[in-house]
Design a protein around this ligand. Structure first.
Ligand SMILES: [Cu+2]
Length: 252
């Protein structure tokens, strides 16, 4: 019926406008929402967040498109009378080609973006400002600095890994017993410590502050005790602190 067709077209137009406004609002925004991820405190975390947000927006747009198409089909082709049966088409080659190619292209794009981000995140700095050998054991941590001193877990006290802001630090992750995992949630980065495996990550903190860290691999009954803190300080503060630690280590 003409009246019903006009109403349907008007509803569809409203939905189209809503989709366009929603997509535009998301795509033109300089800062995408974090969708539940912590505010990253490292350059590597920024990369992970960008990837996470991009995937979230893509998934949201695909979901929205499906809902819109579903709604359109339900309204446009609803049964209006006893003998009202829509066109029964067995196939439609152009549409099938389109809905095969689009997902394939999307998967290729998402794969490429992920692969490039992963390469940047896992790239180990060749000339880091600081090198720390991170030793995980049941149940604690020892941070052995390249400058010749170490910070270790003490009873009732979490060890503190001090890092300079904006400078690359290479963390060489080593386990002396079972598998552990070095995790600082605010860095949005995590890597396992596996006996016999050499794992190294580069961290570039971008924000001053103190952040909690913990073992993210169940490693035994007292796994919960494997907590530590990361304190990000200015490069000048780091130099002063590390010089004092080195002096103290040499004195002992
Ligand atoms: Cu553990």
């Amino acid at each position: 019926m003409p009246a019903s067709g006009a109403g349907c077209r008007s509803r569809l137009r409203s939905i189209q406008i809503a989709v366009v406004l929603f997509s535009t609002a998301i795509l033109v925004g300089c800062d995408l929402p974090r969708f539940g991820a912590p505010d990253p405190a490292s350059k590597e975390g920024d990369e992970v967040l960008t990837l996470w947000s991009g995937f979230f927006v893509t998934a949201g747009l695909v979901t929205l498109l499906i809902w819109v198409l579903l709604g359109w089909v339900l309204i446009r082709y609803r049964r209006r009378g006893r003998d009202d049966i829509p066109s029964q088409r067995a196939y439609h080659i152009p549409i099938e080609v389109v809905y095969t190619i689009i997902p394939v292209v999307m998967v290729i794009v998402l794969f490429t973006v992920s692969w490039r981000a992963e390469s940047r995140i896992t790239d180990v700095a060749s000339d880091p400002a600081v090198r720390v050998r991170v030793v995980g054991f049941q149940w604690g941590w020892r941070f052995e600095y390249g400058e010749g001193f170490a910070i270790e877990s003490a009873p009732g006290e979490d060890p503190v890994l001090v890092l300079p802001e904006g400078r690359p630090t290479n963390l060489h992750l080593v386990s002396v017993d079972v598998a552990h995992s070095f995790w600082v949630p605010d860095f949005l980065n995590k890597r396992d410590l596996i006996p016999g495996v050499n794992n190294t990550i580069t961290v570039r903190p971008t924000r001053l502050g103190t952040y909690p860290g913990r073992c993210a691999e169940f490693c035994g009954l007292d796994h919960w005790r494997m907590q530590f803190k990361v304190r990000v300080v200015t490069p000048a503060e780091y130099a002063t602190w590390s010089a004092a630690q080195t002096k103290e280590a040499k004195g002992n």
